[in-house]
Each structure stands twice: as structure tokens, then as C-alpha cells.
Design a protein around this ligand. Sequence first.
Ligand code: CTP
Length: 398
Amino acid sequence: MLAGKRILLIIGGGIAAYKSLDLMRRLRDQGATVVPVLTRAAEEFVTPLSVAALAGHKVYRDLFDLNEEAEMGHIQLSRSADLILVAPATADLMGKMANGLANDLASTLLMATDTPVMIAPAMNVRMWEHPATRRNLATLTGGGITCVGPEEGAMACGEFGPGRLSEVDQIVAAVADHFADGPLTGRHVIVTSGPTHEPIDPVRYIANRSSGAQGSAIAAALVALGAKVTFITGPASVAPPAGVDVVAVETAQAMYDAVHAALPADAAIFAAAVADWRVTNASGSKMKKDGSGSLPQLEFAQNPDILATISQLEEHRPELVVGFAAETDDVIANATLKRARKGCDWIVANDVSPETGIMGGAENAVTVITAEGGESWPRAGKDEVARNLAAKIAKALT
Ligand code: CTP
């Protein structure tokens, strides 16, 4: 079932680390290659020798082992896997992952990777319920990381509650699910996300308040259904999800070029808040006050409309083109007109008036406008909206 799959298993330091030995055996039974990484704390619970024996593979332990760097750099090590599995994921490892710390081999691999990541947490119940762990978990799952467990039960420390590592069977099942075909397996979807930055001079630019949260969540939901996603993102504050091919751009023109370069695609979802205008007389060096009180005179040109161009392509038009309409007034009427004007199949309309808290916030309330009319969805977390949209896209493409 897992034949040909390469799983990088990061073993964190906790009493549950001993279960990773059985986990490796079971993953190998299913045909997977297991490449083990031990944190220093994990070595207090399981020995490198027993891990290597059960993995049938060399154990990676130290970031500064030059031999290993010469053999296989940590970047390559993290990217050559089909899945990174962190089991047990300790509170410390989750904190490092959520906050971008990279001070040992395990955390550096997790920072450097662009492959999907799954965590199986195990820790004391109070640590699991601590607000810091809740925040870290939300950041990790919001970024597309899959979490298995933990389970509720009696713990080695004598307390009772959620915090036990999931049974090995359950972790293996979650890994198998991860590799199972989804309704979008074999489909290529382009997603644009985030704001664009239009330079005024080398240090100043015109931007907007888009965080990229909705675009990232949509890309993660499409990956979860098996799609190959090209994620073309402006300078967003939310990180791209795991498992996508990231193309980072800055300006609307660069986003336009990247979208065209990513064709052909089965669907294209334009969630980016693209700047409508760029500055044509941007300065090559930093603009200075000249002391006379004279003000800079900026001149603008209209940026190419990516959504409209792709919607109206004669050749290579994706089967499904979805645009977004961020409106502050007459949301549905404006979005319906926008759908017709741009020539896309669907418009996902939302009200971004400041009092809704939607732009840059965690929730969204959308109306999906199709040829059949409008469908309003209840206000929900951006992840849930993304999952519903991905399911609707999958249905439309099959
Ligand atoms: N869009 C795009 N390229 C642009 C501008 C917008 O691809 N240059 C896409 C956005 O990603 C979004 C949709 O078009 O999917 C709607 O963008 P919006 O800025 O809301 O609409 P506008 O075309 O700018 O119309 P208006 O300014 O009248 O609201």
C-alpha cells in the first residue's frame, strides 16, 4: 500500500518514542522506505542503534555532521521524502515548527522542506491543553500540516486526558490515507494568493491588506483532495501550505507571467488581491526630500487583469476558472456583474467592509456565483470555506 513511498520519520524526545520502533516496522511492512531522524532528546528514550536496525536505514542525528552534509545535505534530505512524519511530536517540536525555529537537525529539516508534513503529538495533558500548544496547533494545521491524535487515556506521568500518542495502527492508517487517491488526483490547479507589491522606489511600494490566508487554505484543501497545485503567491503574511509548488512573485505583472507559465491547468483559482495599478515612473534609487517641500508625482498604468485574460483564452483555457470579488457595497450585484465582465465560471464574493473583519481575519462569509445563480455559505473559518470550495471544485471537474 505504501510501496515506493519514502517517509522521513522525525522521532521527538518523549516516553512515547519507543512506539516509533513498532511504527517503523509497520510502515516498512507496507512497502515504505523509512529514513529516521532522532532529536537529541529522543536519544534519551531510544538508541540510534535500535532505530537504525528497525528502520533498515542510517539514522540522521546531527546538523553539523559534515560527513552527512557531504553525502546528502539537509535540504535534499528533507525534500527527497514523500512525507515527513513527526512521531512523537513533542510540545517543544510543535513550538519550533509553528514559530520557525531551526536550531537542530529535526527543526531545520522541517523548516527547509516543501513536502507534506504529518504530526502525531504526544505530551502531558496540561501541556497539550496549554494555550501556547493550542496556538501552535492552530498555526500548524492552518498551514496544511495534518495532525493525528493525540488520544485520551492514562498517561505515563500518572495523569489522565488527551495527550497519548495515537496507536501505531492509527498512524499507519493516516499515512495510507494521505497517499490514497483523492477526487483531484492527476489534476493540476493554479492558485494565486496574497497581495502584490507595486514598487514606488527600491524601498517603498503600494500594497493592500490581503494576508493570503484564504488562498493558502484553498491550496491546502486542494492538495488534500489529491491535486497538484501551483501556488503563485505575492508577499503574503501567511506561509504557503505544504505540498504545493510555490512560485513567489512580487508584482501583478510577475504574477501574470507566472500564471501563463504554469498553464496548462484543469482549474485556476484567483484568490490574490492583485493591485489594479502600478507606478510607471518608479524610481531606480530611493526618492529623497529635496528640502523645497515639493511632493513626488506618481504616474500610474493599469495592470493586466490575470483573471479576465485567462478566462478569455482561446487556447489552454482551464476547464474551470474561479475569481474572487472583494466588495464593500452591493456585494452580490457587483460580483454578478464582475463574473460576466471577466468571463470566469464562478465568482466567490465576499464583503470586505472593515466591520466584517474578514480581510486579514480568520473567518470568511462567501456567496459563490455560478451560471446557475448565487449560493450563500454561512460564515465559517477560512479553512472550512476552503474545504467546501475544494469539494465543489472536485465535483465540477469530475
Ligand atoms: N484579478 C486579477 N488580476 C488583476 C485584478 C484582479 O487576476 N489585475 C482577480 C483577483 O484575483 C480576483 C478578481 O480578479 O479573483 C477580482 O478582483 P477585484 O480587484 O475585486 O476586481 P476588479 O477587477 O479590480 O474590479 P473593481 O476594482 O471594480 O472591484
